[in-house]
Design a protein around this ligand. Structure first.
Ligand SMILES: C[S@@+](CC[C@H](N)C(=O)[O-])C[C@H]1O[C@@H](n2cnc3c(N)ncnc32)[C@H](O)[C@@H]1O
Length: 156
């Protein structure tokens, strides 16, 4: 099983790529964290936010595997502790399907795409910049894996 992080936005600042890669490369071979970036709709065309999110949702749908669990990241989502995320990770592994973790762009995610999610999770109650969410998600997943493996990265 693999974790596929589908994120709206390309050409991130160096610190974002470095931060994401630092945690992604620590993931074990049997649970890789792969990043797929999709282009954000230009904010200069006069389109409505709804139209821009719909265009981004179409790009996201195009890169999702036909069969996968969909986890949407959203500030209004379920608040999980690290241990609860670790248990969730374990359940996903038992299920066997790849898990697509989806991060929206500047306006968030299209409502229909959100409605298609199996799960919705928040990393904080604050609205976070989408670039930072990538790094925080990678750290959270690595930490959850560390809990499952009793790896010293996570300390009680
Ligand atoms: C700048 S935010 C979009 C904010 C937008 N106003 C909204 O209502 O979703 C861009 C993306 O970052 C992610 N994000 C932002 N804050 C988050 C949080 N606290 N927890 C999880 N994901 C978050 C979501 O995927 C969101 O679509």
């Amino acid at each position: 099983m693999k974790l596929i992080l589908v994120a709206v936005g390309t050409r991130m600042p160096g610190w974002v790529d470095t931060g994401f890669d630092d945690f992604a490369k620590r993931m074990p071979r049997e649970l890789p964290l792969q990043l797929i970036e999709v282009k954000a709709e230009p904010r200069t065309t006069g389109k409505t936010a709804a139209a821009m999110m719909a265009a981004e949702a179409a790009r996201i749908e195009a890169v999702l595997p036909p069969r996968c669990r969909r986890l949407i990241l959203d500030e209004r989502g379920e608040d999980l502790t690290t241990k609860a995320l670790a248990r969730r990770l374990e359940r996903w592994q038992e299920g066997g399907d790849d898990v697509a973790i989806i991060i929206g762009g500047p306006d968030g995610l299209d409502p229909a795409l959100k409605a298609s999610a199996h799960e919705t999770m928040r990393l904080s109650s604050l609205t976070l910049p989408h670039a930072m969410v990538r790094v925080m998600l990678a750290e959270a997943v690595y930490r959850a894996w560390s809990v499952l493996k009793n790896h010293p990265y996570h300390r009680e």
